[in-house]
Design a protein around this ligand. Structure first.
Ligand SMILES: NC(=O)c1ccc[n+]([C@@H]2O[C@H](COP(=O)([O-])OP(=O)(O)OC[C@H]3O[C@@H](n4cnc5c(N)ncnc54)[C@H](O)[C@@H]3O)[C@@H](O)[C@H]2O)c1
Length: 244
């Protein structure tokens, strides 16, 4: 029980890796705040956690709306007065080559994937006690990628640079910050990816990970077991990045 009574904020808590992370933190005693846009999916995350004996609430929040993000953090602080764990998991993708991409889509993606990490970090940090942790969910696309997803790959590279940079600004004993770079994981985001559907990005089904396997790594980085790990990215990809 590494998260007993710790307030754990998880973006993307309504599905995939985010939901699995909520469940894992909840199973280990965390007071889970699952964030997302869909109330029914949020209620399902809460149901899964409470049915297993954990504690969780859902707060609706669209990361593309910075004012809504600020209001959500206010709500969390009014209820719990602190944030022990912040997991920035939610993300979107676009699939046009840059030459054809409306830059409004670029701006939206950066808002959701990257700026929200900066905003949530900025808003939560003053309320994060000694021993607290931030985990940002990047992607193997920060390191190796395909055509058509330049904004996504750029945002993920930015998240990892953000984590590195912030580790220079944060006291390791107060708040640690790290990133996870998942490989192919069995979630809606993987199977709805047009590049995966049309074979541009080849996925060997035998090497697809489960959301719970990534959640386990996120929980590790968020826990005191990772007390000397700061400013780094852990690939959780079944060895994908090591492939020749
Ligand atoms: N599944 C994979 O193969 C894979 C691989 C590498 C990285 N990742 C990363 O893992 C993270 C989780 O993705 P997943 O695979 O669980 O997919 P998912 O589709 O289940 O989760 C993505 C979540 O982001 C949320 N989201 C998107 N736009 C949002 C917005 N404007 N406001 C609030 N929430 C928003 C979605 O509602 C969804 O809950 C993402 O950061 C993704 O980039 C996934």
């Amino acid at each position: 029980m590494r998260f007993t009574d710790k307030v754990c904020l998880v973006t993307g808590g309504t599905s995939g890796i985010g939901r699995a992370t909520c469940q894992r933190l909840g199973a280990e005693g965390g007071l889970v705040v699952a964030l997302g846009r869909d109330a029914a999916d949020g209620a399902e995350t809460v149901r899964l956690i409470t049915q297993a004996g954990g504690k969780a609430i859902f707060i609706a929040c669209d990361l593309a709306k910075p004012r809504a993000v600020a209001a959500m953090v206010k709500k969390v602080l009014a209820k719990f007065q602190r944030v022990d764990v912040l997991v920035c998991d939610a993300a979107m993708m676009t699939f046009e080559p840059l030459a054809e991409l409306p830059l409004t889509q670029w701006d939206l993606l950066m808002l959701v994937n990257l700026r929200s990490l900066a905003q949530l970090t900025q808003l939560c940090l003053p309320h994060m006690p000694p021993g607290s942790a931030i985990v940002a969910i990047s992607s193997v696309h920060a390191h190796q990628t395909t055509a058509g997803v330049v904004p996504y790959a750029t945002s993920k590279g930015g998240m990892e640079a953000f984590v590195r940079g912030m580790s220079r600004e944060l006291d390791i004993r107060q708040t640690r910050i790290n990133a996870i770079a998942p490989g192919a994981v069995d979630t809606p985001m993987l199977w709805s990816n047009p590049n995966v559907k049309n074979g541009v990005e080849v996925i060997d089904k035998a090497t697809v990970g489960q959301p719970e396997e990534v959640a386990a790594a996120i929980a590790f980085l968020a826990s005191s077991e990772a007390s000397f790990i700061h400013g780094t990215t852990l690939a959780v990809d079944g060895g994908r990045l090591a492939q020749l």
